[in-house]
Design a protein around this ligand. Structure first.
Ligand SMILES: Nc1ncnc2c1ncn2[C@@H]1O[C@H](COP(=O)(O)OP(=O)(O)OP(=O)(O)O)[C@@H](O)[C@H]1O
Length: 277
């Protein structure tokens, strides 16, 4: 199916989010977010005073090396972890006040698809739809549409144990968006995928943006950021070193090469830590 058709078809039931972002509040607001883990009797700060905002219809890239704090931040946003300090809001709901409401407004996908071997693709998406409390009369049309858009009709009856990695990724995306959340988080979704499967995932992410979804895309792959993200935050050792559009960052740091820019910012953070110790 051509990309344009996917874009047309993925808007499904439920309220359509329009592109007039002026009338819509920020979908994600994070301010001073800090997370400390207990570590061998001491404290390890995985996230340090992180702040950013993301609009509807925008892909915000969290770019950072292993251990930077990306997943920690995304886990707090999806209410799996509680912050030590700071504030995070999803679709106008404070993550500390109403976790259930936040979860209704968020879809979370990582590279670990966690597909059940003994369920078919359709059963898995239905199962998640029911967990989200989608009424039966809305669930079936919603699934039909998602399966059509993601070209999953042929794998509807296939068991998880008999799916290829690409098929599992499609089911994982379908499951993530079944409740039509306005906010979608992709945590390194292409990790370990071949280029063709990765491309399909990136296309699905771009499609969701076109539908006005507010998307956070965490990765350490620079090409993905270049291709997909409207704005990025470079994060290292728990801190956002800088954020903006790629041209803004390139300009500010006088470095047009994205890879070199990334290394420069990482070094900047390392130097900051060295000064503190
Ligand atoms: N439950 C925990 N207890 C102690 N330390 C933790 C815990 N979870 C994460 N960390 C540490 O916090 C830091 C940030 O981890 P996080 O998983 O957020 O990084 P990341 O940027 O997602 O990295 P990756 O790209 O490798 O997934 C790491 O040093 C990690 O070891």
């Amino acid at each position: 199916m051509e990309f344009w058709r996917i874009q047309q078809r993925i808007a499904i039931t439920g309220p359509t989010i329009r592109h007039n972002t002026q009338s819509i509040p920020r979908m994600i607001r994070v301010k001073g977010l800090t997370k400390e883990f207990n570590d061998f009797g001491g404290k390890f700060r995985a996230l340090d005073n992180v702040s950013f905002e993301v609009n509807p219809g925008e892909i915000y890239g969290l770019l950072g090396p292993n251990g930077a704090g990306k997943t920690t931040c995304l886990r707090i946003l999806s209410t799996v972890l509680k912050p030590s300090r700071g504030f995070a809001e999803v679709a106008g709901i404070n993550v500390m006040h109403d976790a259930a409401a936040v979860r209704r407004n968020i879809g979370f996908m990582s590279c670990n698809t966690g597909i059940y071997d003994r369920m078919t693709a359709r059963e898995m998406v239905e199962y998640f739809g029911r967990l989200y409390g989608i009424p039966e009369d809305k669930l079936q049309p919603r699934i039909e549409e998602i399966f059509d858009v993601l070209q999953m009709d042929e794998i509807g009856d296939r068991l998880g144990s008999k799916m290829s990695t690409g098929m599992k990724q499609k089911v994982s995306i379908a499951r993530t968006i079944v409740h039509d959340p306005p906010v979608i988080i992709f945590d390194e979704p292409t990790s370990g995928l071949d280029v063709l499967v990765a491309r399909n995932v990136l296309q699905a992410v771009a499609t969701l943006k076109e539908q006005g979804k507010c998307i956070i895309f965490s990765t350490h792959i620079m090409r993905e950021v270049e291709k997909l993200c409207d704005r990025i935050a470079v994060i290292h050792r728990g801190r956002i070193v800088d954020e903006g559009t790629l041209p803004e960052l390139a300009d500010r740091h006088n470095q047009p090469d994205v890879e070199e820019l990334f290394f420069d910012l990482i070094e900047q953070r390392e130097a900051e830590i060295a000064q503190q110790s």
